[in-house]
Design a protein around this ligand. Structure first.
Ligand SMILES: [Zn+2]
Length: 302
C-alpha cells in the first residue's frame, strides 16, 4: 500500500542556490518522490499553518511571536544562520504542522513521513543551527496534550546532536530522547538527551549499523513508546559537506530499513522526518532523502 506523505510547497523558502543551506532540497525531494511513483492520490497531505498556540506548546511564547511577527533579534538570527523573513517564518510553521499531521497519520496507518522536519537544534527559547521551530517537539507536545499518546520516543540519527529537542524535553518523563551523532561535530556544547551515543569522526557503515542494532532494543525498553518520531538526517553520508562521517548510500538505506523494520515489526507507529543533509548540489541531497520514503513505502499498510 502507498505511504502517507505530508508535503507543502512552502517548505522551500527559495534561498539563493549559493546559500550554504540547500533550501531547494524540499522541492526536489517531492519531485524525486513523484518520479519514483511513490506519490499516490489520497496519500499526499498538505498541512495548514501552525497556530501560535500550537507552537507555544514547545517554545516560549515570546520567541513564537518574534518569529510570527518577523522581529527575531539579530543575535538569534545569527545563531539560526539565516534571516527570519516571511518565507522562512511560514516555512517553519508549515513544517511544524506537517510533522504533527504526519504523526497523526502514523497513529492511524502505522507509518507516515513528512518531506521536511527534524529541526532538532531549535530550543524552547530560540532557534539555532538552521532550525527555527522544533517541529518534532511541537508535534509530540500536541499529541501528548490531545491524549493521542502517553509516551513518545524520538530517535534522532541526524549526524548532529539533538540539543534543542533535549532542551525542550528536559525533565519530561513521557518523552524519551535518543541521539546518535558525531561527537566532535556541531553543537560544541551538547545538552544531554535521555540517551546519547557520540560517535568518532569518519565512521563507516558496518560500525555504525552495529551500534544501531545494539541500541534499538534498549530504546523500546526505556521509552515504551506509543509513537516513534524518526529523524532520518542524511548528513552521516560520506559526501555530506558538514557530516564528517563515511556512510554510503547503501549504508543509509540499510539504516532506514533497520529502524523502520524494528518498530513496525513490533507494531509501534513511526513518523519519519527528513532532518539534515548538506551539499551545494541540492539534487544529490534530495536523492539521499528519498530513500526514507522508498523504504517507508515498503512497510506501509496504507
Ligand atoms: Zn544535521
Amino acid at each position: 500500500m502507498p505511504l502517507h506523505i505530508v508535503h507543502h510547497p512552502a517548505y522551500d523558502a527559495q534561498f539563493d542556490p549559493a546559500h550554504r543551506f540547500p533550501m531547494s532540497k524540499y522541492s526536489l525531494l517531492m519531485r524525486e518522490i513523484d518520479a519514483l511513483g511513490l506519490a499516490h492520490r489520497g496519500f499526499i497531505h498538505a498541512p495548514a499553518l501552525a497556530s501560535r498556540t500550537l507552537l507555544s506548546k514547545a517554545h516560549d511564547r515570546l520567541y513564537v511571536d518574534q518569529v510570527c511577527d518577523l522581529r527575531v533579534p539579530e543575535t538569534i538570527e545569527k545563531e539560526i544562520g539565516f534571516q527570519v523573513d516571511e518565507k522562512v517564518s511560514r516555512r517553519a510553521r508549515y513544517a511544524s504542522m506537517g510533522s504533527l499531521m504526519a504523526g497523526q497519520l502514523a497513529l492511524e496507518h502505522g507509518i507516515a513521513c513528512n518531506t521536511a522536519g527534524g529541526s532538532h537544534h531549535a530550543r524552547r527559547a530560540h532557534g539555532a543551527g538552521f532550525c527555527t521551530f522544533n517541529d518534532v517537539a511541537v508535534a509530540a507536545c500536541a499529541l501528548l496534550d490531545q491524549g493521542r499518546v502517553e509516551r513518545v520516543l524520538i530517535v534522532d540519527l541526524d549526524v548532529h546532536q539533538g540539543d534543542g529537542t533535549a532542551d525542550i524535553f528536559r525533565g519530561e518523563p513521557r518523552v524519551f530522547t535518543f541521539s546518535m551523532h558525531a561527537e566532535r561535530n556541531y553543537p560544541s556544547r551538547k545538552i544531554p538527551s535521555s540517551l546519547d551515543i557520540g560517535l568518532p569522526d569518519g565512521m563507516g557503515d558496518r560500525a555504525y549499523l552495529d551500534q544501531l542494532n545494539a541500541v534499538l532494543p534498549r530504546l523500546i525498553e526505556a521509552g515504551r513508546p506509543d509513537l516513534v518520531f524518526y529523524n532520518a538526517g542524511v548528513d552521516p553520508h560520506m559526501d555530506d559537506r558538514l557530516g564528517r562521517m563515511k556512510m554510503t548510500d547503501q549504508g543509509l538505506e540499510w539504516r532506514e530499513r533497520t529502524v523502520i523494520d524494528f518498530f513496525r515489526s513490533r507494531h509501534i507507529p513511526l513518523c519519519g522526518v527528513i532532518g539534515g543533509g548538506y551539499s551545494y548540489d541540492a539534487a544529490a541531497v534530495a536523492k539521499r532523502h528519498v530513500t526514507l520514503f522508498r523504504v517507508g513505502a515498503e512497510f506501509s499498510d496504507g
